[in-house]
Design a protein around this ligand. Structure first.
Ligand code: F6R
Ligand code: MG
Ligand code: MG
Length: 364
């Protein structure tokens, strides 16, 4: 059976400020998707949140980029925005950049990760959702999951993974993409992946048969809108087991809280902290950036789950480390590398300050 898993998300209003989701918004989103399930448009769904981001996880048989599924997500976000406006939630409708839906939510503000798969005998998938960061945050964990034998033992000892994986990498500045193959092109690939503000992994495929293994949302709201409208707060779908990395190999990179872009005003580096659903509530300096992992068994198109994968003491050390890094980075205040470089900041007063002071700069 061919099933499509669509994860579509947007920040349509925060509670309080940019930190949480109001329960009424979640109820209205569930109601909307429940209607679509009753009508037979979708097979199943879950509504989750990460910080101020509303996450719609849906299954159906209509394939990727289906206009009706995208319209369902868009209409759901619009209905939730009405609630957000009525309750005067913060930044109501902030990610809905267009006034009217035109066939596909891509480029309109929401983030999208979708994959159509032939459901295997057993189909475990993990959906990662993040807040206060951008899609470049997935580069390091995706590289480690699918190309680093010190993370994924299966690359070395599982015959069905031993050929390696291919990475589809987007240059979000030039709007071009390239496919690169590991392990052969690993060093070339890392030249790009390390520059994660510009080059982002969109898809990972198993080389032996081309099967899709992972898909990330790569929308960059700030580039799309041409002005600051909030960080992109990405999602990621990864298939697990039987020829794909094991669940534990997929979660393993998140035991290292690497530095990502985002945090306060989308303008700081901070540690990527893996948390349980309950703690997807960035509050300290609007952060630190958070990631949750929802585990599902996809069963005849139904979503069994979610299992809250980071609700596990084996990630306590990563959380503790993230807090130490938080403390260390915060002490830098407005200095780089805590504050992002001038090009990447989403808030800046540089033009005004420069205009005011330009006559006072003297040639040396
Ligand atoms: C970062 C984020 C927040 C806001 C900050 C200021 O992605 O959402 O850190 O940037 O709270 O928000 P405004 O300008 O809306 O007061
Ligand atoms: Mg917000
Ligand atoms: Mg957010």
């Amino acid at each position: 059976m061919k099933v499509t898993l669509s994860v579509i998300k947007a920040d349509i209003g925060g509670y309080v400020g940019h930190s949480h989701m109001h329960p009424e918004v979640l109820d209205v989103a569930s109601e909307s998707l429940d209607g679509a399930k009753a009508d037979g448009l979708i097979l199943d769904f879950r509504v989750l949140y990460c910080g101020d981001d509303l996450e719609l996880i849906m299954t159906h048989t209509r394939g990727e980029e289906d206009p009706d599924i995208h319209k369902l997500a868009w209409d759901t976000f619009i209905r939730c925005t009405e609630v957000a406006k009525r309750l005067k939630l913060y930044g109501a409708g902030q990610d809905l950049l267009a006034d009217a839906f035109s066939g596909n939510v891509k480029g309109m503000g929401p983030g999208v990760a979708e994959m159509e798969v032939e459901e295997r005998k057993s189909e475990p998938v993990i959906v990662f959702m993040a807040d206060k960061t951008s899609p470049g945050a997935w580069n390091l964990p995706l590289f480690r999951i699918f190309a680093d034998p010190f993370c994924t033992a299966g690359l070395v000892i599982d015959p069905s993974m031993h050929d390696g994986f291919a990475f589809d990498v987007l240059d979000v500045k030039e709007n071009v993409k390239i496919e690169m193959s590991c392990p052969e092109e690993m060093y070339d690939l890392l030249v790009f992946l390390g520059a994660s503000a510009r080059y982002m992994i969109r898809t990972v495929r198993r080389k032996s048969d081309g099967e899709v293994a992972a898909r990330a949302s790569v929308q960059r709201l700030n580039i799309m809108a041409g002005r600051y409208v909030g960080k992109d707060d990405p999602v990621l779908i990864v298939r697990a087991q039987s020829g794909f990395p094991a669940v534990g190999e997929i979660l393993e990179p998140f035991s290292f809280p690497h530095l990502v872009e985002g945090w306060m005003r989308g303008s700081h580096h901070g540690p990527f902290m893996p948390v349980s659903f309950k703690y997807a509530t960035p509050s300290r300096f609007d952060g630190p950036p958070r990631v949750i992992a929802a585990g599902f068994q996809l069963t005849n198109g139904m979503l069994l789950g979610p299992v809250d994968m980071f609700d596990d003491p084996s990630f306590d050390y990563a959380r503790q480390k993230a807090l130490e890094i938080t403390e260390y980075m915060r002490r830098h205040g407005p200095f780089e590398p805590h504050r992002l470089g001038l090009e990447e900041m989403e808030y800046t007063t540089m033009p005004q300050v420069m205009k005011k002071l330009q006559d006072r700069f003297k040639k040396l």
